[in-house]
Ligand binder design. Structure first.
Ligand code: AMP
Ligand code: ZN
Length: 460
């Protein structure tokens, strides 16, 4: 079966046919580096990673570009409020550049342990100001801009069918203009968005500033993604991804800017990831209801258990994060590892399972189904060498690093074994508090104890 993806632009499942096969141009919106990456972000980046791996498994040559937003993203996604970077710097007493570097490093420190492949090109907004100015000039020449004392705006009334990505009527635009924020009174339409802000008025003290043909200032947030994606992937390219929050504003604006400049269709397939939520609410920096990768590992979880948890939900569905669900994912991963440690080295694979697995992921990245097929295969009575071969292939997409476990018998460190014995003793004596504490200590060392009728079993 050929790869099918749900395209936000058409609201349909479509067969995936790249513009210039076998090459695939793939752009994903990256982090705004003003605060810590949380596991909500990581769900999105894992989703991008799965998509990339599925494309590669279908023999496409993927060129993956991701931006780092280090200027211009205001506190609201619209043109109001403070620049997130400048706010981050003010609150932490560091320079904007230090803030960007620190949080970019933290982003990679969070993403790498989830076995998320790094993009082929990582593009920073501050290193592409020239390209952004060039694009604004093009828009100006094509008659899509106007200037006020505060900014250069994109005039959305000049762009037909501006809201086609969200399918919303303009009046219904989700993140509408709120009453209590600074608005530019010279703006023609409240939904016109800034391409270039002048360092005047409430941006007078903005530290990041560049000269431009229109005056000193800094680029708006949306223009960076248009400029950098077209710079590296051409005016028209195959796939653009982001979180669903980007549909009504950021990606809507990207389409307007890019197509108004080039006169060509911008992106063929728009893929949007649903949120990781906590207690029914989006996990987000601004709500401060987020967990970071450090908290996951400090509690003794393996970052790949988090990846496993993400795979259990379809990317277009919400996923509610709970510690219980993470524990269940960790248990599943441990059990899988335990089973495959006894396997022989890979030989011929299990063709039927491989086919079914590819069909699942090619069906709009159905990872929950893919996991179920993987488990059916693991539990099937095929020879373990065949299962190992198939598992390696599946793991090209799952990304759970299972090759580190197949056929590798577990050697339990003496320290862990000692704790396990002590725990068993405590259990026999009915000291369940002590036995629980010991289990926790064992977990901190990266091991799990499972009580079975034949005594305690140690997993890693
Ligand atoms: P930001 O750094 O806040 O600009 O977000 C980077 C990306 O992560 C965007 O594509 C967001 O849509 C996405 N994102 C933010 N919060 C979540 C969440 N709770 N679950 C899934 N994706 C998220
Ligand atoms: Zn973007």
């Amino acid at each position: 079966m050929m790869l099918r993806l749900f395209n936000t632009l058409t609201r349909k499942l479509e067969n995936f046919t790249p513009i210039n096969s076998p090459e695939v141009g793939f752009y994903s919106c990256g982090p705004t580096v003003y605060d810590y990456t949380h596991i909500g972000h990581l769900r999105k980046y894992t989703g991008d990673d799965v998509l990339r791996r599925v494309l590669e498994a279908n023999d496409y040559e993927v060129k993956h570009v991701m931006n780092i937003t280090d200027v211009g993203h205001l506190v609201s996604d619209e043109d109001t409020g403070e620049d997130k970077m400048e706010k981050g710097a003010r609150e932490s007493g560091r320079t904007v550049w230090e803030v960007a570097k620190f949080y970019e490093d933290y982003f990679w420190k969070s993403a790498d342990p989830l076995n998320i492949k790094r993009p082929n090109i990582v593009a920073k907004a501050t290193e592409h100001v020239e390209e952004q100015i060039k694009l604004i000039k093009k828009l100006e020449k094509n008659g899509f801009t106007y200037q006020t004392d505060q900014a250069i705006y994109f005039d959305i009334s000049k762009f037909p069918n501006y809201t086609r990505l969200s399918g919303q009527k303009l009046e219904e635009k989700e993140t509408g203009v709120r009453g209590n924020v600074v608005v530019d009174k010279q703006k023609k339409n409240p939904y016109d968005f800034a391409l270039w802000f002048f360092t005047v008025g409430h941006f007078e003290d903005h530290t990041m500033r560049w000269t431009s043909p229109w005056g000193e200032g800094f680029p708006g947030w949306h223009i960076e993604c248009s400029a950098m994606s077209m710079e590296y992937l051409g005016d028209s390219f195959d796939i653009h991804t982001g979180g669903i929050d980007h549909i009504p504003v950021h990606h809507t604006n990207e389409i307007a800017q890019s197509e108004a400049a080039s006169g060509k269709p911008f992106v063929k397939y728009w893929v949007h990831h649903n949120f990781l939520i906590v207690d029914g609410e989006k996990m987000s920096k601004s709500k401060k209801n987020f967990y970071r990768i450090d908290e996951i590992t400090q509690k003794g979880f393996d970052p790949l258990a988090l990846r496993y948890l993400f795979l259990t939900a379809h990317y277009r569905d919400k996923l509610n994060f709970t510690w219980e669900s993470l524990q269940a994912a960790q248990n599943a991963l441990n059990n899988l590892r335990e089973i495959i440690r006894d396997w022989e080295e890979p030989k011929v694979g299990c063709a039927e399972f491989e086919k079914n697995f590819m069909e699942a992921v090619n069906n709009d990245l159905n990872t929950p189904q893919a996991l179920a097929i993987m488990w059916d295969m693991v539990k099937s009575d095929n020879p373990t060498s065949a299962k190992a071969k198939t598992l390696f292939q599946m793991d090209q997409i799952l990304g759970l690093k299972l090759d580190e476990y197949v056929g590798k018998k577990l050697e339990i460190p003496e320290k862990v074994q000692k704790l396990v014995n002590q725990r068993e003793q405590a259990r026999k004596e009915g000291d369940f508090k002590k036995s629980d504490d010991l289990r926790h200590e064992i977990k901190k060392l990266g091991y799990e104890v499972q009580d079975t009728p034949n005594g305690p079993k140690v997993l890693h």
